[in-house]
Design a protein around this ligand. Sequence first.
Ligand code: 13P
Length: 306
Amino acid sequence: MDKSNVAVLKEKILKLKSEKDVVILAHNYQIPQIQEIADYLGDSLELARISKEVESKVIVFCGVKFMAETAKILSPLKQVLLPVIDAGCPLADTINTEQLLELKKKHPGAWVVSYVNSSAGIKALSDVCCTSANAVRVVKNIPVDKVIFVPDKNLGWWVQKNVSNKEVVVWQGFCDAHEKFTLEDLDKTKKLYPDACVMVHPECRKEILQKADFVLSTSGMLSRAAQVEDKRFIIGTEEGIIHRLKRENPDKEFYSLGKEKICQTMKKTTLVELYESLAKGIYSIELSEEVIAKAKTAIERMISYV
Ligand code: 13P
């Protein structure tokens, strides 16, 4: 799309947005043009909180399906739109409700902690949810000694490492994009920038988590980069965040840990899909009242813990 088309499309989006009382939320992994037009940009936890607080009638969620579902669960009276119907999360798809019910049968009494990167059905079967920003705090808070953690094996491992007084049964799902970062990538990038601070997302492999300087959510990386004196950072997460880090810290340098990794489904939303979504009211997230009520309890318990 050439620059003049982009400008026209942006103008049309902004016009529709005010006419229809819409707020646009976007995850940190979205493409730069979406990041720039969004009303709010954030990590999963921030966006969940914002979706609950905003007053507009319609939320357009530029992210992936589980994020839009979380917004719908927290604000069932609002219309929540996901611009691309098949913008799913392969990690969330690694577990279904039958598999979780089996696991619950095997470990009676254990609390189910589901990472928000899971379907609404999984959340509805969970005792509490967590995000990458609060998983350790959530698990420390729960009142039983045994936890079933789904679906991310690396975040589950990180939780177990940091919460030694509880047993954590970990589902072996993983994120395709984060799993691609290797120790070799880390060693090579560190050789190039030996003074850089290494910040990685907890969905990275455990050998990377062990060697990183900081294990953080996407917004945790943004806050740290802005607050500390360091000038160079090696980033181990989806490349969308690097755009935001550079924009917000023009005096600092950010390098991807190895070749940049892309979450394909996050990149499906462009200004064209966003415009269509606003113009046609697509694709509306619909969930049953029962799923909403149960999943809401798990998400609100998370929010009350942190
Ligand atoms: P954050 O909550 O850290 O933004 O992570 C979301 C996500 O989907 C990571 O793959």
